[in-house]
Design a binder for this molecule. Structure first.
Ligand code: NDP
Ligand code: 2IT
Length: 450
């Protein structure tokens, strides 16, 4: 793996993070990516070194780890671990999703919380950065088990939440069902109908139209902007969308609405190819309604084929939307994509490309939209949900989607212009990291040494 040489002060800050957070590889990776972008900022702003802003930003404001005990359907006692990392509240209340997946440990939650700080800053909305979750695996669990787990999880978490304090939402393994159980338990314990304490709520009880669609739709809007500045169009592109969860489904839906074609999607057991274009209504039926595996799609659509254990990035296409999980594209996959004619990669997932993979995209000079910019539409629409809750109002689909579209195009503009200003035109990694960092660092500076 190539190691990029960075400014001595940044290297020291990075080494301190590694030393103080041992065995948290994903967190180290997320920090390194941001610090690799900050050299030109330190050159212009030596005051940041004096006030040790970098070291402060890499240290979470608060980390909560707790025991979650619940009973499964067989009456057996299960013990899980819950997390909430309240990373940074310079710009607003802590905000970020909850992930329920067996791979969850502190390093995953910290990487996600760290990314969330800069992503949330880029949205231009008044929200700080946080992430939480548990190593609970919802796969194969009954509704009753999920409910009891969520109730036990919220019984501890509720004391750390509030409309002005910390506002979680969904992420992997946490969708409308889980948010419902979590909100119900919060309401029961707090004895207050505090709509603004969670986002991603159901439409009948304080949720916002477009929140469910927002991350996927937003990623497609971002891809369209990246292509437009290169004089290219999204219409007519053939796309790969990894995953088949919330982000993947609504990425596919918007791609088709805008005249592109998504021909493949996946889950952790393999991928499906449908040269006619993925039938998104069938995918919703299989995944959202029946909660089955993506292979089921192929059994119901004879022209589609399922490749068990296969690598979706081997399928030739022109635009890729990694929308499953971290580090799902490595250097080898990135080379394959480029070799097969891929002109743009737009990340619906958080940190789906390894550092080696990112370098392949950058060297090939294809359009590369990193997650903290490209998938910010989800959390931005969560902030719109908070706005509606605070004003006890309810906006139309058209109005909310127009707001999302404007936010995505602003994020694109800011990243694009910042990259150009710092001497790397077209480098969204540099643009997003610098623009997000400056917003948070300036606010922290104004608050003094806290
Ligand atoms: P879902 O739980 O709805 O779907 C996750 C999908 O990714 C599933 O198809 C799942 O397959 C697959 N997946 C998850 N983990 C792995 C793994 N370790 N290996 C292979 N495939 C995996 O989650 P979302 O769609 O909400 O989230 C997808 C990504 O988007 C995540 O990176 C998340 O952090 C990010 N994101 C989500 C936002 C949101 O609003 N929901 C906002 C911004 C980013 P399987 O069922 O087999 O596990
Ligand atoms: O990664 C993310 O931005 C999310 N999972 C959404 C967070 C949110 O608060 O809506």
């Amino acid at each position: 793996m190539t190691v990029v040489v960075i400014d001595e002060r940044l290297e020291k800050a990075y080494q301190d993070v590694v030393r103080r957070n041992p065995a948290e590889a994903e967190f180290h990776q997320a920090v390194r990516e941001v610090l690799e972008s900050l050299g030109p900022v330190l050159a212009k702003r030596p005051d940041f070194a004096d006030s040790r802003i970098i070291e402060r930003i890499c240290e979470p404001e608060r980390q909560i780890i707790f025991r979650v005990v619940w009973q499964n359907d067989a009456g057996e006692v299960e013990v899980n671990r819950g997390f909430r990392v309240q990373f940074n509240s310079a710009l607003g209340p802590y905000k970020g999703g909850l992930r329920f997946h067996p791979s969850v440990y502190l390093g995953i939650i910290k990487f996600l919380g760290f990314e969330q700080i800069f992503k949330n800053a880029l949205t231009g909305m008044p929200i700080g950065g946080a992430k939480g979750g548990s190593d609970f695996d919802p796969k194969g669990r009954s509704d009753g088990e999920v409910m009891r787990f969520c109730q036990a999880f919220m019984t501890e978490l509720y004391r750390h939440l509030g409309e002005y304090r910390d506002v979680p939402a969904g992420d992997i393994g946490v969708g409308a069902r889980e948010i419902g159980y979590l909100f119900g338990q919060f309401k029961r314990i707090a004895n207050e109908y505090e709509s603004g304490v969670l986002t991603g709520k159901g439409l009948g009880w304080g949720g916002s139209l477009v929140r469910k669609e927002a991350t996927g739709y937003g990623a497609v809007f971002f891809a369209r902007e990246m292509l437009a500045v290169r004089g290219q169009e999204l219409e007519g592109q053939t796309c790969l969308v990894s995953g088949s969860g919330n982000v993947a489904i609504y990425t596919i839906e918007k791609l088709h609405a805008l005249g592109a074609k998504a021909i493949a999607c996946s889950d952790s057991s393999g991928f499906v190819v449908d040269e006619d274009g993925i039938d998104v209504e069938l995918l919703k039926q299989v995944k959202e309604v029946e909660r089955r595996r993506v292979s089921e799609y192929a059994t119901r659509k004879p022209k589609a084929r399922f490749v068990p254990g296969g690598n979706i990035w081997e399928v030739p296409a022109t635009v890729a939307f990694p929308s499953a999980t971290q580090n799902e594209i490595n250097g080898h996959d990135a080379k394959l994509l480029v070799k097969n004619g891929c002109i743009a990669v737009c990340e619906g997932a958080n940190m789906p490309t390894t550092p080696d993979g990112i370098r392949v995209f950058q060297e090939a000079k294809i359009a590369y939209g990193l997650g903290k910019a490209a998938n910010a539409g989800g959390v931005a629409t969560s902030a719109l949900e908070m706005q509606q809750n605070a004003s006890r109002d309810y906006w139309s689909f058209e109005y909310t989607e127009a707001r999302l579209q404007k936010i995505m195009s602003e994020i694109h503009r800011v990243c694009y212009e910042t990259a150009a200003e710092y001497g790397s035109p077209g480098d969204y990694v540099l643009g997003a990291n610098i623009a997000g960092f400056l917003k948070v660092a300036d606010a922290m500076d104004a608050f003094g040494l806290i």
